[in-house]
Unconditional design. Structure first.
Length: 612
């Protein structure tokens, strides 16, 4: 099997800063020597995901995953090593020769997970077919004309790979001609199965919006009816499959992630067309959820890449109610800083673009921003008849209940001033009234101070293995051997030396092979050399130990003697204690006496070794 030459892999690795690459997926903050963020492999509240720029490795202290930049991508997107190298090379603009690309593609196309890969290939092929029908056939002309009428450009249609599914059984015939396995088609979600087991296209006469995962792979579709039909829903989404979980996917997140990191915030839109309209207007940090509200998984995905979220739903009454619900939902599930963008005239962003143009939409999205409190005050005003004394008093009471939850006296004062001016009230009286209000709602998290990342600790996500004296000595000695050539030469020069635990002995043996072809030690390079996942993670754990910059002769000598002298004693002590327990159970008093004497002698020898 052809492989990418090691020198090419090394060129790609050296050209890539793991901080820059991982930073596409995780919002990292400096803490000590490393950078920390929320782990992309599991949900957590306190950042325990660490990236070392100096060593070019990552490690999660909670779930235990670790490795170099290639391993990160392999774990995150279920890629093979070859696929990961190609994708990182593209990120770092490393040119690869045709021969290297050919060798890489030979193995890159061999799936890590055959079932998942087959489903992705199916959706990617369906997306290309739908797009081709839309832009290149007579069948797609009505749908293309509709999109053009709504003001979408060909560039936008191409960028989002929009398509059209006609009325005939095009997709089924397309895959039948390619002899795609029936069970794969059946589990794809692209077809509907009747009682006889026959499959027919799920999407018919619909404009197709591909839904992509974080890695940019098509995993589902949303289809909009081209012609209204009373017996059909306007929008039809793919069912949940092994590929697609609507709780986890955000429309356009794969393309918006870079812009989100660049501008520092994300805009949550209500519909796909709003996202595309904003993108066409030059606002590229927009996403949309797959349902009426953000799920915990979607909120977590956004929290990894930004601290600021703006809700931009429709400007009409239902849209404002949805905005109010969304703010409450997100506030309860995250520490994201929140804001609201309210479109003028009760329009949604797509309607606003069609009416006023792209420049006006861009300006509105960038300037029509307000705090959640300002939005709530305006939204509540629509819920009460403020033209009557009773309605006005109820409104003021509701606003004061919100202000009572705020921790900043300055912010409270700003909104009290606004309230007093709006209704010609005495501000002092409002302050007195506010002092008597007991908060009844959760406080809006307005501009909280940037959370400081604390050094992470191992949590319940991962089983903690106790580190005894021998294991500690093994870990530290192996670390010193890898990083200090003089320590390596001294230890390997000691006759008969070996590590007690098999895992560390295996790493030691692999390191012997590594140093035969490598002059200097590189953790990011060594984990590729090892290949075994478990041993790779152990190496990453070694790299994250708290150690001094350089060792001393006494330190190395202590580690060596603990492993060479104490470890065998520990093993014999353990055997004798087990034998004593068995003799006690059987009532063998003579054997008990003999074993007690042996245990005492071994303990004395152990104590003598420590004092030596």
């Amino acid at each position: 099997m052809a492989r990418i030459p090691e020198e090419v892999v090394e060129e790609v690795r050296n050209a890539t800063n793991i901080v820059d690459f991982v930073g596409q997926y995780v919002q990292l903050q400096k803490s000590g020597k490393n950078l920390f963020g929320l782990c992309p492999f599991h949900e957590e509240r306190t950042p325990s995901f660490s990236v070392s720029e100096s060593k070019q490795i990552f490690h999660c202290f909670s779930c235990g995953r670790g490795g170099n930049v290639f391993k990160f991508l392999m774990e995150l997107e279920n890629l093979s090593f070859q696929e990961a190298v190609l994708k990182v090379a593209a990120f770092s603009h490393v040119p690869l020769s045709d021969s290297v690309l050919s060798a890489a593609n030979e193995t890159a196309n061999r799936p890590v997970d055959a079932k998942t890969s087959a489903l992705i290939e199916l959706h990617e092929a369906a997306g290309k077919l739908f797009h081709h029908v839309l832009v290149n056939t007579e069948l797609g002309q009505p749908a293309l004309a509709y999109l053009h009428e709504r003001g979408l450009t060909d560039a936008t249609i191409d960028a989002f790979n929009l398509g059209f599914a006609p009325q005939n059984r095009l997709l089924k015939r397309f895959f039948d001609e390619r002899q795609v396995d029936y069970q794969t088609l059946r589990h794809s979600g692209l077809f509907i199965e009747n009682q006889e087991g026959e499959l027919r296209d799920r999407f018919v006469d619909r404009i197709m919006y591909p839904i992509r995962n974080e890695g940019g792979q098509t995993v589902a579709f949303s289809g909009r009816l081209l012609a209204k039909a009373d017996d059909q829903p306007k929008y039809l989404n793919s069912p949940e499959t092994d590929l697609f979980n609507k709780r986890k996917v955000l429309f356009n997140f794969d393309q918006a992630r870079g812009a989100i990191r660049k501008v520092g915030d994300v805009i949550l839109f209500e519909g796909f067309m709003d996202v595309m309209s904003a993108t066409q207007a030059g606002v590229t940090n927009g996403v949309a959820s797959m349902g009426t509200s953000l799920t915990e998984e979607q909120i977590y995905a956004l929290s990894r890449v930004t601290q600021q979220l703006y809700v931009c739903y429709d400007g009409d009454v239902p849209g404002q109610k949805a905005t109010d619900r969304a703010l409450t939902n997100i506030r309860e599930q995250s520490s994201l800083k929140l804001g609201v963008i309210t479109m003028p005239e009760g329009l949604d962003p797509d309607e606003y673009r069609q009416k006023y143009g792209e420049e006006k939409l861009k300006a509105a999205l960038l300037t029509a921003r307000e705090t959640p409190v300002a939005f709530s005050m305006r939204y509540l005003r629509s819920q009460y008849d403020v033209n009557t004394d009773a309605g006005r008093l109820d409104y003021i009471e509701a606003v004061l209940a919100i202000l009572a939850t705020m921790t900043s006296p300055v912010e409270q004062d700003v909104y009290l001033t606004q309230l007093a001016n709006d209704y010609q009230l005495d501000k002092t009286s409002l302050k007195q009234q506010l002092a008597m209000v007991k908060p009844t709602v959760a406080p809006p998290k307005q501009q909280p101070a940037r959370r400081q990342v604390e050094p992470p600790v191992v949590t319940q996500h991962r089983q903690i293995v106790p580190i005894d004296r021998v294991l500690r000595a093994e870990r530290h000695l192996l670390y010193r051997m890898l990083h200090e050539h003089s320590v390596w030469l001294w230890v390997t020069g000691q006759p008969g030396f070996s590590f007690v635990h098999e895992d560390y002995q295996l790493i030691f043996m692999l390191a012997q092979g590594y140093f035969q072809t490598h002059q200097a030690y590189s953790p990011a390079q060594f984990v590729d050399f090892i290949q075994d996942d478990h041993l790779q993670n152990l190496v990453i754990e070694l790299e994250n130990m708290q150690v001094s910059d350089a060792s001393s002769e006494d330190e190395i000598s202590d580690y060596f003697h603990v492993i060479s002298d104490d470890a065998p004693l520990e093993s014999r002590l353990k055997d004798r204690k087990q034998a004593l327990a068995e003799a006690t159970r059987l009532g063998d008093f003579d054997r008990q006496k003999q074993l007690v004497v042996e245990i005492v002698k071994l303990q004395q020898q152990k104590q003598s070794n420590r004092q030596a």
